[in-house]
Design a protein around this ligand. Structure first.
Ligand code: DX5
Ligand code: ZN
Length: 223
């Protein structure tokens, strides 16, 4: 199980310091939350930061595009990302954009909001590399998890197994020390977190999450 650190909760004036600490702490991916103030009510960072991160940081980037027109920027985001994830709810031809991402040799992800059911994306599950289950409404870090969405991870695992698909399943939003074991018990492949990693002592936070993850997966004492 991988840990993906969303830098949305990092100290932006000390971004390099915070990311280095997270990398040393053992994160597997950097999660770049790209927001346009239109698809979601918040505005964050984008292409220049992603390019700079790729130059400086030795671990892969997953770009989570919460923007209305992801189709316009596929060349740019695929140039520095290992995964590019677009939203099912964005007003684009999702299958075409997924195809474009894959043609660049980058893993294509589809994210679904808490209000979107798994059956909505059934037709694209044969061609995506990654499904990101949102457990908060996209837009901000530090929100309370909408636990009803966790069941989608089980559903997706079932569909994957039944059909021999091989997409990874990520979960994003509201993960914290209290609910990490419950989240892990649903069996996602990638855990995304901003505040539970960057608020407070970063390495200690990552250790806590990692320990909780191994205990949940293997049972106490079996790791
Ligand atoms: C929400 C973002 C999340 C967010 C997670 O729109 O997609 O990645 O940064 O933040 P936490 O882990 O604090 O809920
Ligand atoms: Zn995200």
């Amino acid at each position: 199980m991988k840990i993906s650190a969303s830098i949305l909760s990092a100290d932006l004036l000390n971004l390099e310091r915070d990311i280095k600490e997270a990398v040393e702490g053992g994160i597997d991916l950097i999660h770049l939350d790209v927001m346009d103030g239109h698809f979601v009510p918040n505005l964050t960072f984008g292409i220049p930061l992603g390019q700079r991160l790729k130059d400086k940081i030795p671990i892969p980037i997953e770009s989570h595009l919460m923007i209305s027109n992801p189709d316009r920027y596929i060349d740019e985001y695929t140039s520095f990302s290992k995964y590019v994830t677009i939203h099912w709810e964005s007003p684009v031809q999702v299958t075409r954009v997924i195809q474009k991402i894959k043609e660049k040799g980058v893993s294509a992800g589809i994210a679904i909001n808490p209000g979107t059911e798994v059956y909505s994306i059934e037709d694209v599950l044969d061609r995506v590399d990654y499904v990101l289950v949102m457990t908060v409404e996209p837009g901000f870090s530090g929100q309370k998890m909408i636990k009803e969405s966790l069941g989608k991870i089980d559903l997706l695992r079932g569909i994957r197994e039944k059909n021999g698909f091989n997409f990874e399943i990520g979960v994003d939003g509201g993960i914290n020390r209290e609910n990490i074991k419950e989240v892990v018990s649903h069996g996602p492949d990638i855990i995304v977190s901003a505040s539970a990693i960057f608020n407070g002592k970063i390495k200690e936070n990552i250790n806590f999450l990692r320990n909780a993850m191994s205990v949940s997966v293997n049972g106490p004492g079996n790791s």
